[in-house]
Design a binder for this molecule. Sequence first.
Ligand SMILES: Cc1ncc(COP(=O)(O)O)c(C=O)c1O
Length: 344
Amino acid sequence: MVNIDQLVRPNIRQLKPYSSARDEFKGHASVWLDANENPFNSGLNRYPDPRQQKLKTILAEQKGISPDQIFLGNGSDEPIDLLFRAFCEPNQDQVLIFPPTYGMYEVSANINAIDIQEQPLTSDFQIDLEAVLPRLNNPLIKMIFICTPNNPTGNSIDASAIEAIASVFNGIIVIDEAYADFSEAPSWINSIQQHPNIVVLQTFSKARGLAGIRLGMAYSSPEVIAVLNKIKPPYNISTLTQTEALSQLEEPEALEPVIDEIVREREWLAEQLSTLKMVKEVYPSDANFLLVAFDNPKQLFATLVENGIILRDRTSAVPNTLRITVGTAEENHKLINLLKEMEA
Ligand SMILES: Cc1ncc(COP(=O)(O)O)c(C=O)c1O
């Protein structure tokens, strides 16, 4: 049985967290002389709610969980970093990742002086269970990152592999669902009651179209969430961000048509790309991007740049590949027309 408290680094377990002026006061007041703010009302002269209670109440309702199972961060990159700081001892502990995958897991591990253990995905970008299961006996591995749908490959990771890992691994299992809104697969949020060590990451940056506000969510057991809250900067989510996110959450039905359009465009792009001679493979995608193998990706990349079109060079992660984010219909047509012209 997983004991979250035992997984926490000893210094974090013992930490007396910073207590902000707004943390200590509960109730109603009309004169606020506690936080050294400017008293003249600009709409933004007060510090934001450090616990983001309104946002968490709505999110909890929509996800069918309790507000104390939600952590909000400055993008999902913030909880990624905080998870390392909470659960991995620098220069001692290890993290397991499945490359090719999202680059920040490795960067965050390096920042926190955590050794990275890699278990490469199979040729169809799935978890090699036979290879990974014996490695999970290593007591130094404190955390595992699984990205589904995976960036940069685009595919979802088989649920059976994740279940197999969750049934034996007693460290923290981070399941990054940044792109889950574009996929039909059920969210792993459904498993956080059963597995208190699973942390599901989602974000406002992709399907929700609000990368500019920087808001990411971590869903987990109240025990894990309490640790993240203990070590976060007190006012990590600005008033502007909270207000913008709230107004979007109040209209949940507006999201669906946008997601449907992006998925339709993804399918159109995939179909068009697969008719081109220069394209070697269009990998299946459950996300808002396509990983595509080209004949001569470096030269193509440079030619596209000259024409004002920027793709993501992923040749270092998967040979010969460029990653194409699904744009508007107009942008996608521009790309395809140019590629067709180049082949003519
Ligand atoms: C898999 C994955 N996780 C997390 C992030 C970061 O998201 P955020 O903008 O919420 O920090 C990205 C961004 O590209 C991503 O691809």
